[in-house]
Design a protein around this ligand. Structure first.
Ligand SMILES: NC(=O)C1=CN([C@@H]2O[C@H](COP(=O)(O)OP(=O)(O)OC[C@H]3O[C@@H](n4cnc5c(N)ncnc54)[C@H](OP(=O)(O)O)[C@@H]3O)[C@@H](O)[C@H]2O)C=CC1
Ligand SMILES: O=C1CO[C@H](CO)[C@@H](O)[C@@H]1O
Length: 386
């Protein structure tokens, strides 16, 4: 049996607490660890790291006790934990701008590094981090959770079985209304730094990283991008109740063309109201069939079920377009997407199993976000070609 000690920085944040600590690490502890391909069981011991003693203590003592019936270690002395030789893995889910200092220290100490996306706010900084990990010879990885969303797994399976025929185009709709906080009864449901460029915020930097690996996985590399970003809501209220000017894009629209010539159009907005099946929907149209995936479900329409509409606004629409789609059944149980990737990373560290989602791949995500920003600023196509 192997026991990996994981220093978890940024664990007091939204993602750190819910996805990484509770739904991944505590869930792995509760199930008794992870079994590697060689049959060996890998156990984990987290040390929660941060600056806020009250939040850390609550997570380590109250939340951990509720979830696994035991407490875990915590510390506000980040430097001491990162240099502690007992630590095997340093994980970071703090705000994007903090990432570099944590990753740098961890790499210098020769620890394995796993972190949230984006790995940095621009390509030069992202490259430095990837190169640092590579030259230190440490195992490293970036969170690419959307690859294990049930809806995305179903799209991948459809592609693999040739359901689509030739894939023609992809349309992604992402977003929902994020309250500004002006109405005290409806506080903002995302952190204020998300809406400040100087703090690493912005829709493109946040979401284009996801589209980069998702499209890469489903359809192959992206060749070029044409994007447009806007700041729709110019003022929001921060965590302390103070108004602040929004300096980062809260909506972004893009056309990505893959190297194989497939057109992928993505609309992303935190100032839109949802009238679709889910907060993210991805439609793939092919010569033989189409599919629309949400976060969990996926609906398909084959050629035989494709209606033959005729344009006539003078009569009520005779076709119920929704009824021509068939919801795919769940053929397996789907675990939390973050937990699935954590288990793969633990097996990579403990048993040397493959893990292609490295910081080098994280650079590609930042590169797409940066290309989108350039395209929007200069109103032109930007090539990703190496
Ligand atoms: N994979 C995915 O789907 C998603 C990934 N993310 C990524 O995860 C990261 C965190 O996002 P999110 O959880 O929404 O952000 P939060 O604002 O909720 O959390 C930020 C975390 O960083 C810590 N932090 C911020 N500033 C400092 C500082 N100066 N010194 C020490 N600690 C600091 C906070 O500590 P404290 O509690 O003390 O303030 C907190 O733990 C981002 O990089 C984001 O891009 C976000 C959403 C989804
Ligand atoms: O990375 C992300 C993925 O999707 C989430 C849903 O809004 C976002 O919170 C986010 O920042």
């Amino acid at each position: 049996m192997t026991n990996l000690t994981i220093a978890m920085h940024g664990v007091t944040g939204r993602m750190g607490t819910h996805q990484h600590f509770v739904r991944s690490i505590l869930a792995i502890m509760r199930q008794g660890g992870v079994r590697g391909a060689n049959g060996e069981v890998i156990q984990v011991t987290p040390i929660l790291l941060g600056r806020n003693e009250t939040k850390l203590r609550h997570l380590a003592e109250v939340v951990a006790d509720q979830e696994i019936g035991a407490q875990v270690a915590w510390s506000t002395d980040v430097d001491a934990v990162l240099t502690d030789p007992q630590v095997d893995i340093v994980f970071d889910a703090s705000s994007t701008q903090m990432r570099a200092s944590i990753v740098r220290q961890a790499a210098q100490q020769g620890r394995a590094v796993y972190c949230e996306k984006p790995i940095a706010v621009d390509v030069p900084q992202a490259m430095v981090l990837a190169e640092l990990c590579e030259s230190a010879g440490i195992k490293n990885g970036v969170v690419q959770d959307k690859l294990w969303l049930p809806g995305v797994c179903k799209l991948r399976a459809l592609r693999d079985e040739g359901f689509f025929g030739d894939i023609l185009s992809v349309r992604g709709e992402f977003g929902y209304w994020v309250f500004t906080g002006h109405d005290p009864d409806r506080p903002a449901q995302r952190p204020s730094w998300n809406y400040r460029r100087e703090d690493g915020g912005g829709m493109m930097l946040d979401m284009f990283c996801h589209w980069q690996y998702l499209l890469g996985d489903l359809l192959g590399p992206i060749d070029r991008v044409l994007a447009h970003a806007t700041i729709d809501l110019p003022e929001r209220i921060d965590e302390a109740g103070n108004p602040y000017p929004c300096t980062a894009d809260d909506s972004a629209y893009a056309i990505f063309v893959t190297e194989s010539g497939i057109t992928c159009q993505f609309n992303c907005s935190w100032a839109t109201r949802v009238r679709r099946d889910d907060l993210l929907t991805i439609q793939i149209d092919g010569t033989k069939g189409s599919a629309v995936a949400g976060l969990r479900d996926c609906w398909v329409q084959e050629m035989a079920a494709t209606p033959r509409p005729v344009w006539n606004p003078d009569i009520p629409q005779p076709i119920d377009f929704h009824s021509g789609w068939q919801k795919l059944p769940d053929t397996t149980t789907y675990d939390n997407a973050f937990k699935v990737q954590w288990e793969l990373f633990l097996r990579h560290v403990a048993a040397d199993e493959p893990f292609p989602w490295t910081l080098r791949r994280g650079v590609d995500g930042v590169a797409l976000a940066e290309a989108g920003q350039t395209s929007s600023a200069e109103q032109r196509w930007v090539s990703l070609g190496g």
